[in-house]
Design a protein around this ligand. Structure first.
Ligand code: GLY
Ligand code: MN
Ligand code: MN
Length: 475
């Protein structure tokens, strides 16, 4: 038999939170029929051996039910909400223990009408005769298939017919975090703090990336939360999303750790710190580190409602160009270097992204819906084009602030061979940094009515403080 529907957790906000969100959605999208497909269990290698369950973020946002095989509809014309799912059978109970009925679960999130899953296709078919069914893009193949079968579409066509009005409404709602969401994440930031300080303490010769990663991931799991994305723990920080390997750390390496944990209600932390293995930055490392830190601090000091995050990206990149110019790695007019995108040789990613129920919040809806709007369009320039979040900030947004400087040999060679930005880059000097690696420093910022602040206690970032954490752990 298959092992099905564990009702994982009763962790949720009060039912009023979900009722108010659905009510708001009804106001934003009047007279519309909305379909929401929750996630199923996904086989790891066969159906009875699954990946650990993660609910779809849209479903979590509107219904809070952290359990597989739930689907829901909202008719915004009448306000009717229906949850479709099946009660566990006695057979299931042997494997899962006793679980609350669908009706009980639905009542916890303020939904009075429940039906068995088998009723869904017929109900939707009736609506489809005279109305459009609105749904958001599904990331998982099993959900795409489910939508296809409910709507009678080819699977390849499912994501073509997604509802832009629904996406835009949800983006407008989810972008501005409610106080309960801010509290949930803020109260959980200590887990990310502990993960990173533990990694700093382990940044010593003889430890491997893999072992440090396992400790970090354990700290996430022991607090009940999965990591919010696969942990990056590497002495090759210049490889932006490098997975940990069995590589053993040596004194003088820089250990870059980009890691986060999901809170009980699945809000993601996302931080990066870069630590000198053995506890002492070389002068070269300290100089580059301080430029990245200055860029990070400049953004944190400048954010406030009304400011474009695109301009925060440019502020960080200008700080990087300024710093690298002082070291003789870059040259020429700083503003021209920024305008020409010369910084992208050193930082080919954007300064940050939205954070929330997804580590790149709402990215499944399409990056441009989340980070861009009619006021700001995505640049086509290399590096700048990778910026996920560019639009104006509002109080209640949570964004990451994650500048970095990387020395990527393959990119250096290509740019030099093609003479790219040669007026702004001193390639001769740059080659003395060829094997440097990379540094990124990432904080999570809450935009407040008058500015912004780091969520939770800031993970140690001052270079002297980071050194002393490593050194004291070595005693
Ligand atoms: N960990 C991925 C990111 O920082 O965006
Ligand atoms: Mn990160
Ligand atoms: Mn990030």
């Amino acid at each position: 038999m298959s092992v099905t529907p564990a009702y994982n957790k009763l962790n949720m906000f009060s039912k009023e939170v979900y009722q108010q969100r659905r009510q708001r959605l009804c106001e934003l999208l009047p007279d519309s029929f909305l379909l929401f497909v929750g996630n199923a269990e996904e086989p790891f290698n066969y159906a009875g051996n699954t990946y650990s369950f993660r609910q779809d973020s849209t479903f979590l946002y509107l219904f809070g039910i952290d359990s597989p095989n739930y689907t829901a509809t909202i008719d915004t014309a009448t306000g009717n909400v229906t949850i479709y799912a099946d009660d566990v059978t006695l057979d299931d109970t042997i494997w899962t223990g006793e679980l609350p009925s669908v009706a009980v679960v639905a009542s916890l999130v303020g939904v009075a009408t429940t039906k068995p899953s088998s009723a869904l296709a017929e109900d939707v078919k009736c609506v489809m005769k005279y109305r459009r069914v609105h749904y958001v893009p599904a990331s998982r193949a099993s959900s795409v298939q489910k939508i296809a079968s409910i709507l009678g579409l080819q699977t390849a066509a499912v994501n073509e017919y997604v509802s832009e009005p629904l996406i835009k409404s949800l983006v407008s709602m989810r972008s501005v975090k409610e106080q309960c969401e801010i509290d949930e994440l803020e109260n959980y930031m200590h887990v990310g703090y502990d993960m990173h300080v533990s990694a700093m303490k382990m940044a010593r010769e003889g430890n491997s990336e893999q072992v440090i990663r396992s400790v970090i991931d354990y700290m996430s799991l022991r607090n009940g939360g999965h990591v919010s994305f696969p942990t990056i723990c590497t002495v090759h920080g210049e490889i932006l999303h490098n997975s940990p390997t069995t590589q053993v750390l040596k004194n003088g390496d820089l250990l870059l750790v980009d890691a986060g944990s999901e809170s009980p209600l699945h809000y993601a932390t996302d931080n990066t710190r870069t630590t000198p293995v053995g506890g002492h930055f070389s002068q070269q490392q300290r100089e580059i580190y301080n430029i990245v830190l200055n860029a990070n601090n400049a953004v944190a000091a400048a954010v406030r409602p009304g400011v474009f995050y695109r301009d925060m990206h440019l502020l960080a990149m200008r700080t990087i160009v300024d710093g690298l110019s002082q070291l003789g790695i870059m040259k020429g007019n700083i503003d021209d270097a920024v305008a020409n995108g010369a910084y992208a040789l050193f930082c080919p990613h954007g300064v940050g992204h939205m954070l929330g129920l997804d580590v790149h919040d709402m990215e499944g809806y399409g990056e441009n819906y989340v980070g861009y709007d009619e006021e700001v369009q995505r640049s086509t320039q290399f590096g700048f084009s990778a910026l996920r979040m560019a639009r104006r900030l509002q109080a209640g947004f949570i964004v990451t602030d994650e500048p970095g400087i990387y020395f990527i040999p393959a990119l250096i060679d290509k740019w030099q061979a093609e003479g790219i930005c040669k007026d702004f880059i001193n390639y001769e000097k740059l080659h003395t940094y060829r094997n440097f690696g990379g540094i990124r420093l990432e904080d999570d910022l809450l935009i407040t009515p008058n500015g912004g602040r780091v969520l939770g206690q800031r993970i140690p970032i001052n270079p002297n403080e980071v050194e002393s954490i490593v050194c004291n752990a070595n005693k």
